[in-house]
Ligand binder design. Structure first.
Ligand SMILES: *Cc1c(COP(=O)(O)O)cnc(C)c1O
Ligand code: SF4
Length: 457
């Protein structure tokens, strides 16, 4: 026994839940993966080839794990959704097939017709108005010193809640996609624009998803940007580590290409990092841990951007678990975003109040630098705002008013809570068009904003 007097009681066992990562061959309970050994499951080409894109492929994969009603429900939703469906075997195997309707991974990637809610009357497809801030195809220049480069429109999975459902993935029954610049020849216009704007120090390479860029294009883009003297910082954005972490372990050329760009950047005194997108604590397994350890060893810094999603991470304990688990595998929790106001996924959105409460709970659980900032990417193109920084928040009617003086001075931006989360009397008010206008007008007036300055999503 030590002589130390402990003033603080010992941490209870549940404090360590974040360390309990799924182990072993957890995929073998899925009928189609029963015979798949570790080498095959970790093969990134196998993962890509066996990704599920249709209701029929889903049925072939999970067979009797789900009921015929579930498959029918999914089949109907596949035709209604603004996003195409693509789910990796890794993600399929993490779904709790005893309760797929409420499962946090299912909710993100597989739509169900029975759970869809009507859209908020103020929703649009490109709610962030990225098209308005795009000087050349595939480049968004909204903030003063940073720009978003979109060199491709495919991803290793498709998230139902994607901000860029206007452009990402193949056309669906519901949406014809806007075309981004997708070839090296088309990218030259973006490089030329960036080189003519000395204020651009920071480039986000997103898409789509940089997991889908072949190694030679990782180097082509990375080196073209490093060659521009005023570019100081770059981030390659990818959902990959969250839904296909094995690629980092088995696609050696891809990781080597990324490593080469990071190392060349370091020699030039420029920061090149990876930004990723974990949303649910279940997405982090022993495979993730191994992949993140390899990136850490190579000196590749990883930051995470989550979306606050109903039924995925909008419970305080689950967000705390996610944040702690990310820190445990050396991923830095950077942002938690409000779910964007995109179409067809209203049942995944939450209220600003939920974000405020969740942030309050999470702060203090771990290192301050591992505590994410909760932001609302202001609909209409105001950029990211700290959720707490609203000019006014009408909680009853679910209307939050933001300003963005360094991005769009003099303008106001409004985020709307999902209507089904409001009290019945507020829901009744939203059903009447004239009252909608009146509520928004009142909220802006209380926020001290002149009506004509308003940009609405
Ligand atoms: C998010 C975003 C960035 C990067 O913003 P940070 O707050 O620095 O992460 C840059 N451009 C656009 C258009 C963005 O949406
Ligand atoms: S990975 Fe990113 S860009 Fe691709 S569908 Fe998901 S949110 Fe959209």
């Amino acid at each position: 026994m030590s002589e130390i007097v402990h003033k603080k009681p010992a941490a209870p066992a549940e404090q360590f839940a974040y360390q309990n990562l799924k182990q072993g061959e957890f995929w073998r309970h899925v009928p189609a993966y029963r015979e798949v050994d570790e080498a095959m499951f970790l093969d990134h080409l196998w993962q890509q080839k066996h990704s599920v894109k249709t209701a029929e492929e889903l049925l072939d994969t999970i067979k009797d794990l789900a009921t015929p009603e579930f498959i029918d429900d999914a089949r109907r939703a596949f035709h209604l959704a603004p996003m195409a469906v693509r789910v990796s075997p890794y993600a399929i195997s993490l779904i709790d097939w005893n309760d797929p309707v409420n499962d946090p991974i299912r909710r993100q990637f597989i739509p169900l017709a029975s759970t869809l809610l009507p859209d908020h009357p103020r929703l649009t497809l490109d709610s962030l108005h990225e098209q308005d801030d795009s000087p050349v195809p595939g480049l968004v220049h909204r903030y003063v010193d940073k720009a978003l480069f979109l060199p491709l429109n495919t991803c290793p999975v498709y998230c139902r809640f994607c901000t860029r459902s206007y452009a990402i993935g193949p056309d669906t029954d519901e949406v014809d996609k806007v075309s981004l610049a997708k070839t090296p020849a088309q990218w030259q216009a973006a490089f030329a624009y960036i080189s003519e704007r000395p204020e651009l120090e920071d480039i986000v390479i997103s898409g789509g998803d940089t997991y889908q860029l072949p190694p030679k294009n990782i180097e082509l883009i990375g080196n073209a940007l490093l060659d521009i003297p005023h570019v100081r910082r770059m981030r390659f954005a990818t959902k990959g580590p969250a839904i296909m972490p094995m690629k980092i372990l088995t696609h050696h050329e891809w990781l080597d290409a990324l490593t080469a760009v990071v190392e060349r950047g370091r020699r030039l005194g420029k920061e090149v990092v990876l930004h990723t997108h974990f949303n649910a604590p279940e997405e982090i397994t022993w495979i993730t841990q191994k992949a993140m350890a390899l990136l850490f060893e190579r000196g590749i810094f990883v930051r995470n951007q989550s979306v606050l999603i109903r039924g995925v991470n909008d419970e305080q304990q689950r967000m705390q678990l996610l944040v702690k688990r990310l820190g445990f595998v050396n991923v830095h929790p950077y942002y938690v975003y409000m779910h964007d106001m995109v179409k067809g996924v209203e049942e995944l959105r939450t209220t600003i109040q939920t974000a405020l409460d969740t942030e309050k709970f999470v702060r203090g659980s771990t290192a301050g630098f591992n505590t994410p900032t909760f932001v609302c990417d202001a609909p209409g193109g105001g950029g990211k705002r700290d959720v707490h920084s609203f000019e006014y928040y009408d909680r009853a009617n679910g209307i939050a008013v933001y300003a963005a003086p360094s991005v769009k001075p003099g303008k106001a931006f409004v985020y709307f809570d999902p209507i089904d989360q409001l009290a019945p009397d507020a829901q009744a008010r939203w059903a009447v068009k004239d009252i909608q206008e009146q509520m928004i007008h009142e909220a802006l007036k209380t926020a001290g904003i002149r009506d004509q300055a308003l940009i609405l999503a």
